[in-house]
Write a protein that binds this ligand. Structure first.
Ligand code: ADP
Ligand code: MG
Length: 441
């Protein structure tokens, strides 16, 4: 039709760059069908977007494949609303407010993005007469509060974790667009500024309040394919271990802190931040060139009373068989909150020595993440998680019954139009991930 067209003609260079960034990612059919010109009536745009969704694997095929996943036995315990949340990447986009420099001296540039939160669309303007709209699960303007972002994007993942399901919350975007603000802001002076890490722990601490429940965290950084411990900075190159029996991914060499309360967590996080800063100063690099990963491991006991009162909704990891009935006793789940390295164009030319090496590794992990997302979107039987440390760490928190949210962050200025467009495209690809399953390679 004339209402939806592949914008490749005008965005050729951008497409090339994404191809380059995502290395050998297979080109998806209907590559541009989530993209729309802005002129047609919005109803058509919505219909087109819906039809993209319907092209994804049918629920019957996904549920039959899901039946082979380890969590399937208890998966049916989730209600329909929960079910719709699992196996699907929720993608949100957040616009950062203008900074001082943009307000004072950005006269040669214009505001190139226009969020339309009610329509869940974002308009990207090339110039005054040409723009395109992109659909997301959530669209946040520059005035969206931390609380709103948390509730719309992170809370469903955290609720899954409290019910025994693994989950991942990631932020992707150019350096300076608000990834760390969104995820890692401590808000020590103003609790309303607290980011997703602190809010998630608040909810997990209050949700898992039984004395036998335990909340343990590790805080890691991946820099140049080396896993480093932000809570024990002398530890570098820590191995990532995958249990061959149940696929559980652990980092047994990393320091683990048992979290008692929110203040305790804030202190631990602050130590991690200080170590991150010190490590990067020592290595003479920027924190934007590494991934920071907060790993929260939750263990909850489920007693008979709870089971009988059917308040138990999640999966069970260790179960006992009593009189032919499975009585779950312990539920284990894991939440990963991932502040990704800056997605800005990482040129091969222009930089030297150490920077070239850094760049190669960042390209490797971000392109490997992109490949996994695309493979999941295509329901491919092979999810290439082995290619980078980042995706190996994400392996069991990604797909199957796990819930995943991706927040893409952008700035307002046309100065960074190309980077912004590239970030939007990454988010658009992730939007296609529906009902993927946890697969054995
Ligand atoms: P990144 O981690 O993506 O490099 P930061 O989170 O460090 O970016 O954000 C860059 C700057 O912009 C910081 O000073 C941060 O406080 C500010 N900032 C980012 N997003 C917001 C926001 N939504 N509201 C207010 N300030 C923000
Ligand atoms: Mg940052």
């Amino acid at each position: 039709t004339t209402t939806v067209h592949k914008a490749g003609r005008t965005f050729n260079d951008l497409e090339d760059r994404i191809e380059e960034q995502m290395a050998s990612v297979a080109k998806m059919p209907n590559n541009a069908s989530n993209r729309h010109v802005t002129t047609p009536p919005s109803s058509r745009v919505t219909a087109a977007a819906v039809s993209v969704r319907s092209k994804t694997p049918s629920s019957s095929s996904s549920s039959s494949r899901r039946s082979v996943t380890p969590n399937s036995r208890s998966h049916t315990r989730l209600n329909d609303a929960d079910d719709a949340e699992s196996g699907r990447v929720r993608v949100a986009i957040r616009l950062r407010p203008k900074n001082t420099e943009e307000i004072l001296s950005d006269a040669d540039f214009f505001d190139c993005v226009e969020p339309q939160p009610e329509l869940k669309k974002l308009k990207l303007k090339k110039n005054n007469w040409s723009s395109e709209s992109y659909r997301f699960d959530e669209v946040f303007t520059e005035s969206a509060s931390q609380k709103r972002v948390y509730e719309a994007v992170a809370k469903p993942v955290v609720e899954g974790v409290l019910n025994g399901y693994n989950g991942t919350i990631m932020a992707y975007g150019q350096t300076g667009t608000g990834k760390t603000y969104t995820l890692g802001k401590l808000g020590k002076d103003d609790a309303s500024e607290r980011g997703i890490m602190v809010r998630a722990l608040e909810d997990i601490i209050s949700g898992a309040s039984s004395p036998s429940d335990s909340i343990e965290i590790s805080y890691l950084q991946i820099y140049m394919e080396s896993v480093q411990d932000l809570l024990a900075p002398e530890k570098v190159n820590i191995p990532i271990v995958e249990d061959p029996k149940n696929g559980e991914v652990t980092v047994p060499g990393a320091a683990v802190v048992n979290i008692q309360n929110v203040d305790h967590f804030l202190q631990v996080l602050q130590i991690g931040e200080a170590n991150r800063h010190a490590a990067n100063t020592k290595m003479n690099t920027e924190s934007s060139r590494s991934h920071a990963i907060l790993m929260v491991s939750l263990r909850r006991s489920v007693n008979d009373k709870e089971e009988n009162s059917t308040s138990f909704q999640g999966k069970d990891d260790r179960s006992v068989l009593v009189g032919g009935h499975v009585i779950p006793t312990v539920r284990k789940s894991k939440l990963l909150i991932v502040d990704l390295a800056g997605s800005e164009r990482l040129d091969k030319s222009g930089s030297e020595g150490h920077l070239v090496e850094e760049t190669k590794f960042i390209n490797l992990s971000l392109s490997s993440l992109g490949k996994c997302i695309n493979a999941l979107a295509e329901n491919s039987p092979h999810i290439p998680t082995r290619d980078s440390k980042l995706t190996r760490l994400l392996r069991d928190s990604f797909g199957g019954s796990a819930r995943t949210s991706l927040i893409v962050t952008i700035g307002p200025s046309s100065r960074h139009h190309t980077e912004t467009a590239s970030t939007i495209m990454f988010g658009q690809r992730a939007m296609k991930v529906v009902n993927f399953v946890k697969l054995k390679e």
